[in-house]
Ligand binder design. Sequence first.
Ligand code: BEZ
Length: 208
Amino acid sequence: MSLHIGDIAPDFEAETSKGKIQLHNWAGNSWVFFFSHPADFTPVCTTEMGRTAQLSADFAKRNVKPLGLSTDTVEEHMKWIKDVNDTQHTTVDFPIVADHDLRIAKLYDMIHPEESTTEAVRSVFIIDPNNKLRLTMTYPMNVGRNFEEILRVIDALQTADRNSVALPADWRPGSEAIIPPTVTDEQAKGLFPQGWDELRPYLRMVKL
Ligand code: BEZ
């Protein structure tokens, strides 16, 4: 199944390292950072799980619940989490889906046969509180994700939602935003009484 931005994230019930969850119900009014891993007891995955745990306060501050997935059992997850905590000097406190039969990996198109037919690639799904997919990205098995980018894009999505803006290349919180072309100058006057800098009629920069 191929999933697109704007689709409702397919709901599922699954066993995790924190018990059984049903995705939409578990998410509640939070955003979800759903990310997959090829397998337990693998080096890159271990660093990514650790990084997510180390950033737990940063995710919580943004009202984001991390949800991992790895194609192994709950028993293996529990043993692996001990290794992650030990080697990455942290405490994994978010659930990891036990997807040993690849049911969820297939539902979310995480199996890319040229990489592996039995293990998930490194997929990311950012899901908003309406259960809508807002961002997807896919990394190969041999490259770990950039967690600064994951937090940055969550900030960007939340800023865009709050302020009816778009965000430029390499945007960081506090830097200028863009008034989208779908907003007329008349509407922009109401939305941005502080004014904006018009570099071109289609390129209007605004400080928030
Ligand atoms: C890893 O997590 O280190 C890994 C997993 C599968 C293939 C390559 C690397």
